[in-house]
Design a protein around this ligand. Structure first.
Ligand code: GAP
Length: 407
């Protein structure tokens, strides 16, 4: 491990707090293990990741249906899915501990036991019939969902890696039983292509075939996509062949309108499940983007995020915040223009220019735009590039085009 890796996690955690990405949950009361609160910039990064997933796997496809199911579901669902009986981890002394969060619904003796969902997948399975009745899809088709999941992890650890409350992005892709191998390979490629698109360090991604005894109770084949985290090579995402396990247990079926033999045939589709943890994706992306370089003996830290993922696309600054002409120009003629176009634009007039650059570098802002006295004369601004530190004069009227071309 390089020197950078030695305390990389500490550096990431501290950057996340300092720059308003992620805070320890319940911090002023001493914290609550395995929970984190998302600040403005972390939330922006997380939303960018989720939106790129949704765009690729829902909006850009014809065979996918979105869903946002309730987190609280009838406890019978978790009995049928096998989670009540089998979703356990061994405790330190070897006793099995079910990691589902139990809760009670309603008042007094009438109260019913339920669970906070430990995976978003079951919300999808129990809406299989609703989806068919509403949209009449032909096989193969998928249902996609992004949402919170909860697990009472015995030992939450490693920042966003193992939490008790986290988010998942899951697709349940329904296929004919004979087609599962083909679509397993297809989803493996799709997952890899999304990972590359968002800017994960592909050199740190490894595929591991999960052995029979280590697979979840519902899976006949699982590949884990592992990532070289500073605390070891660990599961980032999973791809599972869930067979017809879930639909069968929920007694759900599909009518194949044109089977080879003709007529309508009732079948239970099989399921391929690409399952991605949002929080682990954010952590792996931060680790992929974290960069240090040295200029004039000083270490500079920056997040080399793709502009599409960066919380802020560009920051606008008046060179001096006590010069009203500069502030007014920067605000009315530059900030307003770019904010309207790109949305994720920051106003930064705090401290001197060097400090502002360092702050924006740590947020991962690809471009810093400075309005100075020359601007008042010739309507040009300085645009500084995050990665190279190079500066260019650009006409205010060309700014939108300049940034668009580079993102
Ligand atoms: N529906 C399948 C399923 O839930 P899983 O491998 O248990 O499979 C899927 O979880 C993904 O959810 C993992 O690959 C990981 O990215 C994320 N995940 C699971 N447990 C987590 C935890 N405690 N904290 C953060 N992310 C977690």
């Amino acid at each position: 491990m390089s020197q950078l890796d030695d305390n990389l996690m500490e550096k990431i955690v501290s950057l996340c707090k300092r720059r308003g990405f992620v805070f320890q949950g319940s911090e002023i009361y001493g914290g609550l293990a395995g929970t984190y609160d998302w600040g403005h910039f972390g939330l922006a990064l997380k939303n960018n990741l989720k939106q790129s997933w949704w765009k690729k796997f829902v909006d850009n496809r014809r065979d996918m249906y979105g869903l946002d199911a309730a987190i609280l579901m009838n406890a019978k669902i978790w009995e049928a899915s096998g989670h009540v009986a089998g979703f356990s981890d061994p405790t330190e002394d070897g006793k099995q501990f079910n990691v589902m969060f139990k809760t009670s619904i309603g008042a007094g003796e009438e109260a019913a036991i339920s669970y906070l969902r430990p995976e978003t997948a079951q919300g999808i399975f129990v809406n299989f019939k609703n989806t068919i009745d509403a949209f009449h899809p032909k096989l193969p088709f998928g249902i996609a969902q992004i949402g919170k999941a909860f697990r009472n992890e015995i030992a939450p650890r490693d920042f966003l890696f193992r939490q008790r409350e986290f988010e998942q992005m899951e697709v349940e892709y329904f296929v004919k039983s004979t087609d599962w191998e083909k679509y397993f390979e297809y989803w493996r490629d799709e997952m890899l292509s999304w990972m590359e698109e968002v800017g994960l360090n592909m050199g740190k991604i490894h595929e591991t075939e999960i052995s029979d005894q280590d697979r979840a109770h519902y899976s006949k084949r699982t590949i884990d996509f592992e990532f070289d985290f500073p605390f070891g090579k660990k599961e980032l995402f999973g791809l599972a062949y869930r067979t017809d396990f879930d639909l069968k247990n929920h007694k759900l079926e599909y009518i194949d309108e044109d089977p080879p033999a003709g007529g309508g045939e009732k079948i239970v589709p099989h399921v391929i499940e690409p399952s991605l943890g949002v929080d682990r994706a954010v952590l792996a992306l931060l680790l992929s983007a974290y960069t240090e370089d040295e200029k004039n003996g000083e270490v500079r830290t920056f997040l080399k995020l793709k502009p599409g993922m960066a919380p802020v696309i560009c920051a606008v600054s008046p060179l001096l915040k006590n010069k009203p002409q500069l502030v007014e120009y920067a605000n009315a003629k530059v900030f307003a223009l770019l904010k309207e176009e790109f949305g994720r634009v920051a106003w930064d007039d705090n401290g001197n220019i060097g400090k502002r650059y360092r702050r924006q570098d740590e947020i991962g802002t690809p471009f810093c735009i400075v309005v100075d006295f020359d601007t008042l004369e010739d309507d040009t601004v300085t645009v500084r590039d995050r990665d190279s530190g190079a500066q260019e004069r650009v006409k205010v009227t060309d700014l939108k085009k300049y940034i668009k071309e580079r993102i």
